[in-house]
Write a protein that binds this ligand. Sequence first.
Ligand SMILES: [Zn+2]
Length: 340
Amino acid sequence: MKDFDKRFERQTRFAALGRAGQAQLSGARVLVVGCGALGGALAQNLARSGVGELVLVDRDIVEESNLPRQVLFDERHARERTEKSLAAKESLARIGGPTRVEALVEHVDADNIERLTAGAHLVVDGTDNLETRYLVNDVCVERDLPWVYGGVVGAGGLVLPVLPGVGPCLACLFPEPPPPGVLPTCETAGVLQPAVALIAALQSGLALRILTARSGLTPRLYEVDVWDGRVRELGVGRDPRCRCCGLREFRFLHEPVTQRATSLCGRNTVQVRGARVKPDLQRLAQALEPVARDVRHTGAILRFAVDDERYTVFADGRALIEGTDDLERALTLYDRYIGT
Ligand SMILES: [Zn+2]
């Protein structure tokens, strides 16, 4: 028995996958967008399952507060502030196996998403912001490329496999991303490791199915909660008037928000232009109360501080972040505390 066969013996014995399915997995290329909690778990699950090629992309660095959830990182990564995608690649290399891993330290946007998805058979969502998810949705529908949405916050989250032309896309169900401040985020509402693990497991199972035996799979929206021990499956359908998969208007892809971050010279401050949707400053202020200091909402301006940075958010979504001159870091912080 060849090493390869031996390694995947238990998996190929699962009849619906079999040796043919395993061979398909070994020929598959999957883009993992985001490499934190969900992305790291997805990358590990897919690599251990023998997916041939993984492209990991993340712009962030490992921090100590990631360690309860982000399975591919350890304390050394946090101490050395290693880039997440590079740390993930290192950990996957220790697991070994046939998977080739490409690790990219980039912010995913309309300028690079087409290059990142080139040659991919599937995209899995490990990102932490809705702007990127709507961009992924646009590019995948345009290219007839399946992707698996996953979102987690608190003790639960959502999973939706998007099979363009077969089932609904993200915009069929949620036409627009809600304004920042309306939905809870992991920064404001916290997040539990088992919720991450369950969402990533559902996404990974669907990913294996899509890569090997896509026909017969009926896309559904899954809603799970590990605190109440609840899993709900919701039948969902396509919206024929959907902006994205119905009318084929790929707004997030073709009208990108450009040049979002600019360093204000000599001030140790970065200005970040808002995402497409304007924030609800009132609700954002309430949501930030438990995590931020000095939260003050006056008229059209919201001010607060977290760690060493001070934030000023304007009604149009523009923000000044004092305490850094690193553009990528500022974008990460914006998405963490202000974005959706
Ligand atoms: Zn749609």
